[in-house]
Design a protein around this ligand. Structure first.
Ligand code: PGA
Length: 258
């Protein structure tokens, strides 16, 4: 059985003080809720901005929380890549996870499917678990092109890395029209796309398609989390806005049960 996973993507929010207070509160609640048997989610990952990662990962090691980055360089070896952060550097400061191909990276930084595939490879090479995001825009959604877009995005990662790479990777389905908008895919619709994602993996390897976790992201809130997570092919969530509020985030984690 796949373990449920909830990851918080803080995006570009929070000072060091705010970040510390938030993780402190999340860690405290995780401990309390775990002791009370009320934390359903088996794995909780926090993805703060790069600048907070080292400090938080050191301060909260052993808290039951894991840490991840929001992006990684495609370059593996050190070198003249101003502004870039390598997977090895992330691992060095305590990150175990990294989000690649988030729609905001694709949109604002023009990351292509091929670049995302190379970042996925760089993450794996550094020993990090990539959470690769796929999802269609509003226009693509309205034009009925959702599956086509996802097949293309996922196909590029599979082609570059091979299907075996998915043994240590997670996929997040994040419809772009649902991110930060308050709109959410209905549980039925999310299930349909998650099953489609699994079928794409299954074309290459049936076993991997059953093992790979597929998270849903896009305006997940405490009020809609349980219904989304109850879908058979939804293995947890990638949470943006609601990850900035400890109680909301923890309530979402509590909803992530099998
Ligand atoms: P949201 O963001 O939960 O604020 O919609 C999700 C994400 O972008 O990962």
């Amino acid at each position: 059985m796949r373990k449920m996973l909830v990851a918080g993507n803080w995006k570009m929010h929070g000072s060091r003080v705010v970040a510390h207070a938030l993780v402190h509160e999340i860690a405290r609640s995780v401990r309390e809720r775990t002791e009370a048997g009320a934390l359903a989610c088996e794995e909780v990952v926090l993805c703060p901005p790069f600048t907070h990662l080292a400090e938080l990962a050191a301060q909260f090691s052993g808290s039951g929380l894991a840490f991840g980055a929001q992006d990684v360089s495609e370059h593996v070896a050190s070198g003249a890549y101003t502004g870039e952060i390598s997977g090895a550097m992330l691992g060095d400061v305590g990150a175990a996870w990294v989000i690649v191909g988030h729609s905001e990276r694709r949109q604002y930084h023009h990351e292509s499917d091929e670049l995302v595939a190379r970042k996925f490879a760089a993450a794996l090479q550094a020993g990090l678990t990539p959470i690769v995001c796929v999802g269609e825009t509003k226009e693509e959604h309205e034009a009925g092109r959702t599956e086509k877009v996802i097949a293309r995005q996922l196909g590029a990662v599979i082609e570059h890395n091979g299907i075996e790479a998915f043994r240590t990777a997670v996929i997040a389905y994040e419809p772009v029209w649902a991110i930060g908008t308050g709109l959410t895919a209905t549980p039925d619709k999310a299930q349909k796309i998650h099953a489609f994602i699994r079928s794409q993996l299954g074309k290459k390897d049936a076993n991997i398609s059953l093992l790979t976790r597929v998270l849903y992201g896009g305006s997940v809130k405490p009020a809609n989390a349980a219904e989304l997570f109850a879908q058979p092919d939804v293995d947890g969530g990638l949470i943006g806005g609601a990850a900035l509020l400890a109680t909301d985030f923890l309530d979402i984690c509590a909803a992530a049960r099998r």
